[in-house]
Design a protein around this ligand. Structure first.
Ligand code: SF4
Ligand code: SF4
Length: 306
């Protein structure tokens, strides 16, 4: 396995700097660009998007509502205004159903900037250890969020949701943003590898469920060329999703990464020296030149590393 500092080196030598960082750069442009659009209103009076990641209005016309927030409102028994909140949640859900739920995590969420930085530094410093959380913990967190809404009749989780707190803090200049960012950074750096996004975040869990059916996927069509360098596993924030597609040929599994936890970040695509991966669609899920399609099965990601 490559050491943290050398990850992507072979790919860079083979294909150059841009081809091995293209998706990473575009993701950062997307994350910072979306923050910038929200900031244009308060800072420059240019109103392209009003509001925040929980609820916003694009060009004074298109409503966008966080679907998990909407779900909490329903469970809490709020009288949901029939128009904008429903339309806003439907538009956002439709988008993520199409492109992959956890595209929110890697292309939009500001917390990802912080946790990726902690993940990068952890790799550079070769830090190991910390607590070992089960990746399924986030689904229990999601259930807890909905139970809280049901029991309290309020949006209780939103008072402590780091995603909302960080985003609102950046947009409205609250000092709490720095505290939230620092706490998440230190947690991921010293307490648990990819601890927040990969193990605890209920929003990540929610979008993971949404993304399980999305047509846009990462495919390992060239998996026969894999030389087991492990670079993709090192950079992937959810490495357990890779093995079924990459190593499942003998078990009759197709080359598509089907787990909803994949964030479609594209890092595996660009660091792989053998160019095994590419963005594509979930169908057909079969080896090149093979006639029969291999469907997903619920047990695909079982037994994968956490
Ligand atoms: S898929 Fe590519 S990066 Fe991953 S182990 Fe195989 S050769 Fe290495
Ligand atoms: S499998 Fe690839 S695209 Fe999916 S999360 Fe891992 S590195 Fe990102």
């Amino acid at each position: 396995m490559s050491g943290g500092g050398k990850t992507g080196l072979t790919a860079t030598l083979n294909r150059g700097w841009w081809q091995t960082r293209k998706w990473l750069v575009l993701r950062r442009v997307s994350q910072l660009g979306i923050l910038g659009l929200f900031l244009l209103g308060p800072l420059a009076g240019v109103r392209i998007i009003d509001g925040n990641l929980s609820s916003s209005l694009l060009l004074d016309t298109v409503p966008m509502t966080d679907p998990l927030l909407f779900l909490q409102m329903l469970v809490a028994g709020f009288l949901v205004p029939a128009g904008t909140a429903v339309l806003g949640a439907a538009l956002v859900m439709g988008f993520y159903l199409l492109v992959g739920g956890r595209v929110f995590c890697s292309w939009v969420c500001p917390v990802n900037l912080v946790t990726d930085a902690a993940g990068w530094l952890r790799l550079r410093l070769d830090l190991h250890g910390g607590i070992n959380l089960a990746r399924s913990t986030r689904y229990w967190m999601l259930a807890l969020v909905l139970l809280l809404a049901l029991a309290t009749g309020s949006l209780a989780y939103e008072l402590v949701n780091p995603v909302s707190l960080l985003h609102r803090g950046i947009i409205f200049g609250l000092g709490s943003a720095a505290f939230v960012a620092l706490a998440l950074f230190l947690f991921d750096l010293f307490v648990a590898r990819r601890g927040w996004c990969g193990h605890l975040c209920p929003m990540g869990a929610f979008y993971g469920l949404v993304g399980a059916v999305s047509p846009v996927r990462v495919r390992a069509d060239q998996r026969a060329a894999c030389d087991d360098c492990m670079e993709c596993f090192v950079v992937c924030p959810e490495p357990q999703v890779i093995r079924p597609a990459l190593k499942g040929a003998e078990a009759g599994r197709g080359p598509v990464i089907l787990a909803g936890e994949c964030t479609n970040c594209g890092r595996c695509i660009e660091v792989c020296p053998q160019e095994v991966f590419a963005f594509g669609l979930r169908y057909p899920n079969r080896e090149r030149g093979q006639g029969s399609e291999t469907r997903s099965s619920p047990g695909l990601s079982k037994g994968a590393a956490t």
